[in-house]
Ligand binder design. Sequence first.
Ligand SMILES: Cc1cc2nc3c(=O)[nH]c(=O)nc-3n(C[C@H](O)[C@H](O)[C@H](O)COP(=O)(O)O)c2cc1C
Length: 341
Amino acid sequence: MYHFAFNALLRRLDPERAHSVALRLISLMGRQPLARRLVARVVGAGRTKGPVLFGRDLSGPLGLAAGFDKNASAVAGLAALGFSFIEVGTVTRFAQPGNDRPRLWRLLDQRALRNAMGFNNAGADQVAAALGKLRASRGGWNYVVGVNIGKSKVTPLDQAADDYFYSAARLACYADYLVVNVSSPNTPGLRDLQAGPALRPILQAAQIGAARSLRGTNRPGPLPLLVKIAPDLPNAAIEEIAQLVVELGLAGVVAVNTTIDHEYGAGGLSGPPLKARGLEVVGLLRGVLGSSRTILGVGGITKLADVEEYLAAGADAVQAYTAFIYEGPFWPTRVQRPAPQ
Ligand SMILES: Cc1cc2nc3c(=O)[nH]c(=O)nc-3n(C[C@H](O)[C@H](O)[C@H](O)COP(=O)(O)O)c2cc1C
């Protein structure tokens, strides 16, 4: 049904228009308790059991990756569709429009996407308000929500730590975990922040911001803090980041972001072409991090076997974005459910 609709209609629609229509519908559905329950029932959400993530029992191993719900406007609806956790953002300190359009393209033959969005988002203050409202609503803490933070375009690279501090301080008290994103290819210079000397002060600033955010709440700290990395880093750099994660007492790593290793033009590529390197990076990280840190595996997950491969490579839980676009609203539950014997 979705495949039919996708082929007949959605693929003819500008990808960004299609995305915003879908997000609005999911957000709307999420606001109506009855609609939410009905949808969860129809797709079969919440019937599986998943791993424990940061002390929370997940309903399955699959979460929604960052970038789909940048402003935390559709968390309830996305959970009703079967995502066991939702990573919102990337959120930047300042609201910003992102890059000029077009900035999102489909590669239909590979079921992949290429994007150069550039962190279009409503900014930390507004997203904090949205999350505050969600958490204050009935059952609002039932959702497992990660908040992914990044650097605003206007902030010079050498002041990046201030941005991460601000966003962490505004948002951590609403989050189950926080992700420092230094790996998106569409903010000039951002990925240079993955190098040790630049990364250390940013991670420390986020830690201090998160601690400040939790103060005055009844939530025990420290809040789990992860760093999201690019697949294009050399292995040695990935191992260095993993060592820094251990040294600073971070909770873990999200691997991987989109790749710039492609010949299609600007922006980062996501979907199946990412999977092989994603698995490799997860395996590499697990080797350095040992069993005490969390790895969220992401990149090219399309079917249950992909989920299983990521878990076998060392991921504690997984995330996806691109396959959701191609496969539709029944996909999150389908991909977490073993096929009938
Ligand atoms: C349109 C689009 C926007 C994205 N925006 C973000 C973002 O804001 N922050 C982020 O950390 N990752 C972002 N990502 C990357 C995804 O979170 C994920 O790491 C990547 O797409 C690989 O997963 P996939 O193959 O399942 O899509 C975005 C991906 C896409 C396709």
